[in-house]
Design a protein around this ligand. Structure first.
Ligand code: FAD
Ligand code: SF4
Length: 338
């Protein structure tokens, strides 16, 4: 058991002040990840700053036709919000593919972005892990690495980011709004999470003492042709082996615009604009989908137990694009090899 202090923040400025005064403090929102990590002795904050009373719980329309989602909007409220269901159903599908109803009721938008990897060695303090203890080594590279990265990994860490929601958000071109001691700034969603390189202890590009206040979605929601396909070992309550957010805008059978992002394959939600560009202007066909999948996976590399994920991802991308093109959106879960 570790001793820690517990305080509440009254407003965003107070939250930033409190965390800046104690660099080993942590914000707590729903607590569904942080408390688990504290119980396992992985996170050892000196203070928990409860941010659940901050006024960041609304979903509001923005002047440019998009939506601003407060960082404390619970995952379930977001998935069932009428504007999300109507205009961004791929995001609703991705959220509902994650965790369980009880967890989604507790989990917040900001906390979902900042949840940590599910690598078992990260949770096991008896084993070396560069993310938990920089410089100690990576137990997964030559260990049980079935759920690990096939894209963007480094010698220091091959962990994946486990979120479903973030895969849809990166595909939708969302932005993350943050406030810190130096003021507020906006981070493109694709720049929010980072690759491990030689500093895997840093999951994101959030600066010390910054708080996430909101996520914004642009107007374009791809509500007609989209799929979030999650492939996992069990049909519910399991993290993705591979997940695919695929969205198209069609003119007849021609692809006017495309979005393609993968979850469960890298240290960050993996969006590939080259694969999207290869789809643009093409007829929506198996050949075009296969070319995009091959392009997206051009640098994929497996380890002893996860090479199967490359073919799984390839088939998943083609299937997700096919479903998106048909306009028969489904929040699909499949435990079968496609
Ligand atoms: C059994 C289980 C199964 C799960 N399955 C899935 C799944 O299939 N898919 C999926 O996507 N997720 C899954 N999750 C993860 C779940 O979605 C996350 O735990 C949740 O989203 C975290 O949100 P929270 O508000 O509880 O975060 P907390 O636990 O409160 O916080 C997590 C981290 O975020 C930081 N933080 C929180 N809010 C802010 C903020 N506004 N600004 C800055 N920092 C902040 C905290 O300091 C902490 O470091 C699962 C979790 C469990 C326990
Ligand atoms: S993959 Fe990353 S999180 Fe897992 S043991 Fe290696 S360094 Fe730690």
């Amino acid at each position: 058991m570790i001793n820690f202090q517990y305080t509440r923040a009254n407003d965003v400025a107070d939250a930033v002040r409190q965390i800046a005064a104690d660099p080993r403090a942590k914000f707590i929102a729903g607590g569904t990840n942080l408390i688990d990590l504290m119980k396992e002795d992985v996170e050892r904050p000196t203070r928990l700053i409860d941010i659940t009373r901050l006024p960041l719980k609304t979903v509001e329309e923005t002047a440019d036709g998009g939506l601003r989602i407060g960082a404390l909007v619970p995952n379930s409220d977001l998935a069932y919000h009428p504007l999300i269901e109507q205009r961004y159903p791929m995001l609703a599908s991705a959220i509902l593919a994650g965790a369980s109803a009880q967890l989604r009721n507790m989990a917040s938008t900001g906390g979902n972005l900042l949840q940590r990897t599910r690598c078992a060695y990260f949770y096991d303090t008896a084993t070396p892990c560069n993310k938990r203890e920089p410089g100690s080594g990576c137990s997964a590279i030559n260990g049980l690495n079935r759920i690990h990265a096939i894209l963007g990994a480094s010698e220091a860490c091959i962990a994946t980011h486990p979120s479903d929601m973030c895969v849809a958000l990166v595909a939708l071109d969302a932005t993350v709004h943050v406030t810190g001691p130096a003021g507020s700034r906006v981070i493109a969603f694709s720049d929010f999470h980072r690759l491990p390189e030689n500093t895997p202890q840093q999951d994101t590009n959030l600066r010390p003492s910054e708080i996430v206040t909101a996520v914004e979605l642009p107007a374009r929601g791809f509500a007609a042709n989209y799929t979030y396909l999650k492939i996992r070992d069990r049909l519910s309550y399991a993290f993705a082996l591979v997940s695919i957010a695929a969205a198209l805008e069609l003119e007849g059978s021609a692809i006017k615009e495309a979005r393609l992002a993968l979850g469960g394959v890298a240290h960050k939600p993996w969006r590939d604009t080259a694969a999207e560009a290869a789809l643009r202007g093409q007829a929506a066909s198996e050949a075009a989908f296969t070319r995009a999948a091959d392009l997206l996976l051009r640098d994929a590399k497996g380890y002893e137990h996860n090479t199967f994920k490359i073919e799984l991802a390839r088939r998943g991308i083609v299937r997700a694009l096919r479903q998106a093109a048909r306009g028969t959106p489904q929040s699909q879960s499949s435990k079968k090899i496609l």
